[in-house]
Design a protein around this ligand. Structure first.
Ligand SMILES: Cc1cc2nc3c(=O)[nH]c(=O)nc-3n(C[C@H](O)[C@H](O)[C@H](O)COP(=O)(O)O)c2cc1C
Length: 313
């Protein structure tokens, strides 16, 4: 299945063929390397999850190896040439050169291939590569479109690759004195998930195909200062944004599970969490089968000011 709006899978693969031809014309050679893994890409769109595995060839050029991949950027697929040493190739740890759009003129495409192969340095202002401003917009878009979603989820599984990206977003959050007191457990095993959902009362997110449990260690950062709550809150918000960015929905369930019923304690037991960690939040992850509701937010002027409390100038 393939969901990008303006190009079919066949058209996109045909562009990749052209890029490979350009690599050959620039002196790259097809390398005779059998890889023990498939190159996988996936994208989540409002219509569902698109998975694609590619058998793209490996090319040798200079003393490096190259291979064409793809990334989803600003909801549009970009071509990216991966590069690295033989070990990187074998261990699937190649780096991505700068992605470029698939719909470039042949001339501009050739320039991008030259930059990716290191034949020419990237120009100071590479008009064709994704802009910093575009990335920033993505973050702002995610922030502004995030809502707590409490509806049903579609059954589509969440690929591990996406869960890893979401977990990494959480782990990359700031933490007081860099104590990194928040830890995370992603759950995508249906049996484990059902056990967890079975102890949450009143029930929530029963149809979610995956979830993330957030743990905290309430240790002091310095003297008597404990920033555990701030640390895990920052991690949760980062993950909520990554979840939205990848096309999923979630909700920060904390009140539900940390009151006097000690549901969180039961969940921690199911997950084998050691006693010096507290489970503090449950976040379902999945494709929404409905629309999140938009809560009322107080107007800007009631909560944000310039140059002094209540000031508008
Ligand atoms: C610390 C904290 C605890 C929360 N606990 C719950 C909860 O237990 N159940 C729930 O449905 N939503 C919970 N939420 C989500 C809030 O209800 C939600 O963020 C708020 O209503 C604003 O809606 P929005 O997220 O769509 O902007 C929690 C949010 C935070 C920050």
């Amino acid at each position: 299945m393939w969901f990008y709006e303006n190009v079919t899978r066949e058209q996109f693969e045909a562009v990749k063929d052209k890029v490979e031809q350009m690599m050959l014309s620039l002196g790259a050679q097809k390398a005779d390397v059998q890889l023990s893994y498939e190159q996988k890409t996936s994208a989540v769109t409002p219509q569902g999850t698109a998975e694609w595995s590619s058998q793209r060839a490996v090319f040798a050029f200079g003393d490096e190896y190259f291979r064409i991949g793809e990334v989803l950027f600003s909801k549009k697929p970009f071509i990216v040439i991966e590069f690295g040493s033989y070990d990187d190739l074998i261990n699937n740890t190649m780096e991505d050169a700068q992605p470029f759009p698939y719909d470039l003129s042949p001339e501009n495409m050739l320039s991008e291939v030259k930059y990716s192969l290191g034949i020419e340095p990237y120009p100071e202002d590479d008009e064709l590569s994704p802009k910093k401003g575009e990335c920033l917009m993505n973050v702002l878009e995610a922030i502004n479109s995030r809502r707590s979603y409490r509806g049903k989820f579609k059954p589509d599984p969440v690929p591990r690759e996406h869960l890893v990206r979401i977990l990494n977003a959480g782990l990359n959050a700031p933490s007081g004195c860099n104590k990194q007191t928040a830890s995370l457990i992603a759950v995508d095993d249906r049996q484990v998930l059902d056990k967890l959902l079975g102890v949450i009362q009143p029930p929530v997110a029963q149809t979610a195909p995956a979830a993330i449990c957030v743990l905290t260690q309430r240790i002091n950062a310095y003297r008597d200062k404990c920033y555990a709550v701030q640390d895990y809150s920052a991690a949760i918000e980062n993950m909520l944004l990554a979840i939205v960015e990848l096309g999923y929905q979630s909700c920060w369930y904390e009140g539900h599970i940390t009151d006097e019923d000690n549901i969180a304690g039961k969940m921690a037991e199911i997950l084998g969490v050691p006693s010096d960690y507290d489970l503090v939040c449950f976040m379902p992850v999945g494709i929404a089968d409905g629309e999140p509701t938009k809560p009322n937010k107080k107007p800007f002027e009631q909560r944000a000011w310039f140059n002094g409390f209540g000031k508008t100038e």
